[in-house]
Ligand binder design. Structure first.
Ligand SMILES: Cc1cc2nc3c(=O)[nH]c(=O)nc-3n(C[C@H](O)[C@H](O)[C@H](O)COP(=O)(O)OP(=O)(O)OC[C@H]3O[C@@H](n4cnc5c(N)ncnc54)[C@H](O)[C@@H]3O)c2cc1C
Length: 397
C-alpha cells in the first residue's frame, strides 16, 4: 500500500495538517512516537486570538483570557501594557492537541502510535519510511512526507540535517501564588532572570505557570529556583511546585523547509517560532495550511514545483514576521541590564508611546510595534537612547 501523505509527528501542527489533508480526501497517516497525543507536555499554551479567527480550533480548550502583560526591567520597574479586549488565550495544551487529533481522525486521517520515523529511502514514484515500532522495524510507503516532528528534529538529523539554534526551558505549575493580574502575563528581562531570553509567569486555570528559557550552556532550573527564593517568597510563603516540565525552543528560524524529492517540513521542526517569544503554534498552523494546499495540488498532476514552491509561499505569508523577531531577539540579546533600565525609564516618561504599544501591540504580528517609532523619535527623551542605535544597526546585519 502507498499512502498519499505520511506526516511525522502528532503534535498540533502535524494533526492539524492531517485534519486538513484528510478533509481534502488525501490518504493520510500520522506517525507518532509516543503512545498518546499531547503528552509529555512542554508548552505554556499561549495562542493569539488570530489563530481562533483563522483556523478551526477547539475553543473549549481555552482556560484563561489574556489582555497583555507586565514587563519587568532588571531594576524591577515594570511597564503595564493591557488592551481592553483579549489578545490571546492560555490553552489546556494536552486537551488542545487531543481534540485536533480527534478532528483529524474523524475526517479520515489514520494514526500509528509508538511509531518513530528513523530513515527514508526514495524510489521513482514513492518513498519508503523506516519506522521503529516497539523495537521492531516497519516500512511505510508514501508519495509525500510532511515532517512535523517538533524542535528536536530526530528524523531530520537521521537523514543528515543538523539541529539548529535553540533554547532550553523549564516550567513549573505552581500553586499558592497570585499572578499580579489574572488577565496578564508577567515577563522578567535581564541577566538575573535569564541568559538569552526571559522568565515568565502566566495564569493557568486557577494556578500559575512559572517558566524560563535560556541559552543551552545554562541550566534553566537555577534561574527558576533563584527566582522563587529571591522574588516569589516575598509575594507568598505558600508556593508549591505541582508539576515541572521542559523542552527546547527553536529560535532564529526558519530552517530548511523542503528537501527534494518530496519532503516538506513544518512547525517547530522548520523553526516557525517567533525568536522574541518562542511561540510556534500560530505560524506552525499557518505552515500546515500552506503545506497541505501544495501537497493537494502536487497529488493532482505530480508537478514537483508545487512542493519546491512551499518555502517561497511560507516566506510570503509570515517570513517578514519571523525575520522581524530574529532582529528583535538579536537586539535584545545584545543589551546589558543598564540598557534595559534605560529603555524602561524612557518609555515610562512617554505615556503616548505606551498607549501606542497597547493599541497596536500584537503577539502574533510583532512588526506592528514599528508604529511606536514616530512617537519615540519625536519624544524629548529619545536622545537618551541614541547610544543604542549602533546595537540596533548591528542586529540588522
Ligand atoms: C516551555 C515552552 C513553552 C512554550 N510556550 C508556547 C506558547 O505559549 N505559545 C506557542 O505558540 N508556542 C509555545 N511553545 C512552542 C510550542 O510548544 C511549539 O511551537 C508547538 O508545540 C509546535 O508544534 P509541532 O506540532 O510543530 O511540534 P510538537 O508539539 O513538538 O509535536 C511534535 C510531535 O512529533 C512527535 N515526534 C517527534 N519525533 C518523531 C519521530 N521521529 N517520529 C514520530 N513522531 C515524532 C513528538 O512526540 C510530538 O508529539 C513553547 C515551547 C516550550 C518548550
Amino acid at each position: 500500500m502507498i499512502w498519499d501523505l505520511v506526516i511525522i509527528g502528532g503534535g498540533p501542527v502535524g494533526s492539524y495538517a492531517g485534519y486538513l489533508s484528510a478533509k481534502n480526501n488525501i490518504k493520510t497517516l500520522i506517525l507518532e512516537e509516543h503512545d498518546k497525543i499531547g503528552e509529555p507536555i512542554h508548552c505554556l499554551g499561549k495562542l493569539s486570538v488570530h489563530a481562533f479567527e483563522e483556523f478551526h480550533l477547539p475553543k473549549e480548550t481555552i482556560v484563561n483570557n489574556l489582555k497583555g502583560g507586565y514587563f519587568f526591567s532588571p531594576s524591577g520597574e515594570y511597564l503595564k501594557l493591557k488592551k481592553d479586549s483579549s489578545d490571546s488565550f492560555i490553552l489546556d495544551r494536552i486537551l488542545f492537541d487531543k481534540i485536533i487529533a480527534e478532528k483529524a481522525e474523524k475526517s479520515g486521517c489514520s494514526y500509528s502510535f509508538n511509531s518513530k520515523a528513523i530513515g527514508v529511502n526514495h524510489y521513482e514514484n514513492h518513498s519508503t519510511l523506516i519506522v521503529e515500532e516497539k523495537g521492531k522495524t516497519k516500512y511505510i510507503n508514501t508519495k509525500v512526507i510532511l515532517v512535523a516532528e517538533g524542535a528536536k528534529r530526530q528524523f531530520l538529523r537521521k537523514i543528515g540535517l543538523k539541529i539548529r539554534p535553540y533554547l532550553v526551558s523549564l516550567q513549573y505549575e505552581i500553586s499558592g501564588l497570585n499572578p499580579l493580574d489574572r488577565e496578564c502575563v508577567e515577563v522578567y528581562l535581564g541577566s538575573t532572570y535569564s541568559q538569552g531570553f526571559f522568565l515568565w509567569i502566566s495564569p493557568f486555570k486557577n494556578i500559575a505557570k512559572l517558566g524560563v528559557a535560556v541559552n543551552p550552556s545554562y541550566n534553566p532550573k537555577v534561574f527558576l529556583d533563584n527566582f522563587i527564593r529571591n522574588k516569589l517568597k516575598e509575594r507568598s510563603e505558600k508556593i508549591y511546585i505541582e508539576k515541572a516540565y521542559g523542552g527546547i525552543i527553536p529560535i532564529f528560524g526558519p530552517y530548511e523547509e523542503f528537501i527534494p524529492p518530496n519532503i516538506l517540513i513544518v512547525g517547530d521542526a522548520a523553526g516557525y517560532n517567533k525568536s522574541t517569544t518562542g511561540g510556534g503554534i500560530y505560524f506552525g498552523l499557518k505552515g500546515a495550511e500552506i503545506a497541505v494546499n501544495q501537497i493537494k495540488k502536487y497529488l493532482e498532476d505530480y508537478n514537483k514545483a508545487y512542493l519546491s514552491d512551499y518555502p517561497k509561499l511560507t516566506h510570503r505569508s509570515f517570513g517578514k514576521e519571523l525575520t522581524f523577531t530574529k532582529v528583535a531577539r538579536k537586539f535584545l540579546n545584545s543589551l546589558c541590564d543598564d540598557d534595559f533600565n534605560l529603555i524602561w525609564s524612557v518609555l515610562k516618561e512617554n505615556d503616548k508611546i505606551v498607549k501606542t504599544m497597547e493599541k497596536y501591540g500584537d503577539t502574533a504580528y510583532q512588526t506592528s510595534i514599528i508604529k511606536i517609532f514616530p512617537n519615540l523619535i519625536t519624544s524629548k527623551s529619545f536622545v537618551k537612547l541614541l547610544p543604542l542605535i549602533k546595537t540596533l544597526i548591528k542586529s540588522l546585519l
